[in-house]
Design a protein around this ligand. Structure first.
Ligand SMILES: O=C([O-])CC(=O)C(=O)O
Ligand SMILES: [Mg+2]
Length: 600
């Protein structure tokens, strides 16, 4: 995004607001001392000033001359060193830490590396490794990379938010750590998720790194082991009540908008995400990635899978294992798609059988169903209750099985074989994250269906060879859509993220699949083209915002699609250009000033 430029104020000192809630007012000696000890690298565009590719005159101008080794080197050499250092690490968590430190110390180099090696590095920066990082957060913690706001801070959130050193935040990802991937309540360890997701916002959709704010709210934790762990870095309190959470979030949302009126707010990995989504979606540019992002990305994959299966939408029977926020979000999004394909809402809804820990979700099961499950509860079970997944599968004989259960291995070989027996092209989507929670592996889906499965998983799997043929898995991860949803919302200055904008993000995906990918029965475009995919998603999101009249940058309405897509790409942060632009701009200044001798 062009709103803040690393090159505009290369030697300006950043202005952390230290006049916060405490007595450490701006004039106090503590504040004064703190001002001079804040790490410069904490501000991403200043970390770029230590890049070893900068020329000697530029280093002298920046007064960093002598602070880095003498040789000005090319990016190719820098990359070689980074990859060699990565290769020295023996575990994924070490690789995660190395990459986090690189991001902290040289933000543009990190993003250059990430975008050049997306397929290999994303699993280290994001799922599955980020899951382990969150579990071990208080053990592996190294540097501040986001904001932590505690329940104790209520009443002062607006002041504390002033401490964030970046002036122009465009997007935040906020979690309370209460449902991290499929790993449960990890308290403030959940911070790995906002950091990881925002790294993808920058890597995939070109949101400037300094425009991102990772945010973790510490509202206590129900995880006893954490509360007893001396290293645990969160407050030692039980989870606050729903009412207390609501009051805290009301204050937080207002405080965020107060400091950054255009901010986009993504909720992520909340145990009970529905109340906040309903409460804030109309007054803020906010969305919930687990309900809406997952819903849209799976719908995007299902559009292709339904076509390739040769079965008409009305004849599909989908069994969902897991009926939490993501399960219901995905099912609702596919209902919308089926309705667009000509079914009535009732007909579309009847294509779904949701299963939870008690079995098939039916309206006469005898327990009180959570509100979000009622919509999909079956009434045609003739009093019969189906208690296990096997029973439901046998009863429904599905064409589609979706896993959002966080039960690793729940799609057993027997279930997969049945899917292969009943369907030419069984649709098998084990979506739980990280990989250890996936309902089946890609290899299992392929080998138990004679290679006929139309497959997408939440976390990445490697290609497999079966009967001499290579098969490529689809990764139906929300990283295909949330970066573009955020980008589109920011660029058109939308005041809300409407359901149509979310739907449009999923619809954009199949338009990016190449003929070659179609021949390979792939359901998602190649991940290496993720920047182009995110631009296309942003285009669709902006068009939907315009239709819903929630956009504020009306000049975009007059552009045709091709022009708008180019305009979007042009606005995207490109880490490959940053350091060179800094170098070129400063070199011009240096020449203008005729700086000729070192300032030693
Ligand atoms: O982060 C991911 O990979 C997908 C996601 O939102 C989740 O599983 O909660
Ligand atoms: Mg999530």
């Amino acid at each position: 995004m062009a709103t803040t430029s690393a090159t505009q104020a290369p030697i300006a000192h950043h202005t952390a607001n230290l006049g916060s809630i405490s007595s450490h007012g701006p004039q106090s000696p503590i504040a004064h001392r703190a001002k001079h000890t804040l790490p410069t690298a904490h501000v991403p565009n200043r970390s770029a000033h230590y890049d070893t590719s900068l020329s000697i005159p530029v280093r002298k101008y920046l007064q960093t001359y002598g602070l880095t080794p003498p040789r000005a080197e090319s990016y190719e050499i820098q990359k070689k060193r980074c990859l060699a250092q990565l290769a020295l690490k023996s575990t994924d968590i070490e690789r995660f830490l190395y990459l986090s430190t690189l991001r902290y110390n040289n933000v543009h180099l990190f993003y250059r590396l990430l975008t050049d090696h997306f397929t290999e590095l994303t699993p280290l920066v994001y799922t599955p490794t980020v899951g382990e990082a969150c579990q071990r957060w208080s053990e592996i913690y190294q540097q501040p990379e986001g904001m932590y706001l505690s329940f104790e801070d209520r009443g002062h959130l607006s002041n504390i938010i002033q401490n964030w050193p970046q002036a122009h935040v465009e997007i935040t990802v906020v979690t309370d750590g209460s449902r991290i991937l499929g790993l449960g309540d990890l308290g403030v360890g959940g911070m790995g998720i906002p950091i990881g997701k925002l790294a993808l916002y920058t890597g995939c959709a070109g949101i400037r790194p300094e425009g991102t704010l990772p945010l973790t709210v510490d509202l206590g934790t129900g995880n006893k082991a954490l509360l007893e762990d001396p290293l645990y870095m969160g407050s030692r309190r039980e989870k606050v009540t729903a009412e207390e959470e609501k009051e805290f979030l009301d204050e937080l949302m207002a405080a965020l908008k107060d400091r950054w009126p255009d901010i986009v707010i993504q909720f992520e990995d909340w145990k009970n995400p529905f109340p906040s989504l309903e409460r804030y979606r109309h007054d803020y540019a906010m969305f919930n990635d687990d309900i809406q992002g997952t819903g849209a990305v799976i719908m995007g994959g299902i559009i292709g899978a339904v076509k390739q299966s040769g079965v008409a939408p009305k004849d599909h029977r989908a069994v969902f294992l897991g009926s939490g926020s993501a399960g219901v979000g995905v099912a609702k999004q596919i209902v919308d798609y089926f309705v667009k394909e000509g079914l009535t809402e009732e007909e579309a809804k009847n294509c779904f059988w949701l299963v939870d820990s008690k079995g098939l979700v039916t309206s006469d099961r005898g327990d009180k169903l959570a509100d979000h499950k009622i919509y999909f509860s079956r009434t045609d079970n003739k009093g019969e209750q189906y208690k296990t997944l096997d029973d439901v599968i046998e009863y429904v004989k599905p064409t589609i099985i979706m896993g959002l259960s966080t039960i690793g291995g729940a799609f057993t070989p027997e279930i997969l074989q049945k899917m292969g027996k009943w369907n030419d092209r069984p649709i098998i989507f084990p979506l739980s994250n990280p990989s250890s929670k996936s309902e089946c592996t890609f290899e299992e889906a392929i080998s138990n269906t004679d290679g006929r499965a139309l497959f997408a998983s939440g976390s990445p799997f490697h290609p497999v060879t079966y009967n001499g043929k290579q098969y490529h898995p689809g990764q139906g991860n929300n990283m295909y859509v949330f970066p573009g949803i955020g980008l589109g919302t920011i660029l058109c200055k939308a005041v809300q993220v409407t359901s149509n904008m979310i739907y449009a993000s999923g619809e954009a995906l199949p338009t990016m699949i190449t003929e070659e990918e179609k021949d390979l029965a792939l359901l998602y475009p190649g991940i290496t083209r993720i920047r182009d995919v995110s631009a296309r998603v942003a285009l669709y999101v902006i068009r939907a915002a315009q239709k819903d009249n929630v956009d504020r940058l009306h000049s975009l309405r007059d552009m045709d699609d091709a022009t708008l897509e180019e305009w979007i790409k042009d606005k995207m942060y490109d880490p490959h250009k940053e350091t060179e632009e800094l170098e070129n701009e400063l070199r011009d200044i240096v020449q203008d000033l005729s700086v000729s001798s070192p300032r030693l």
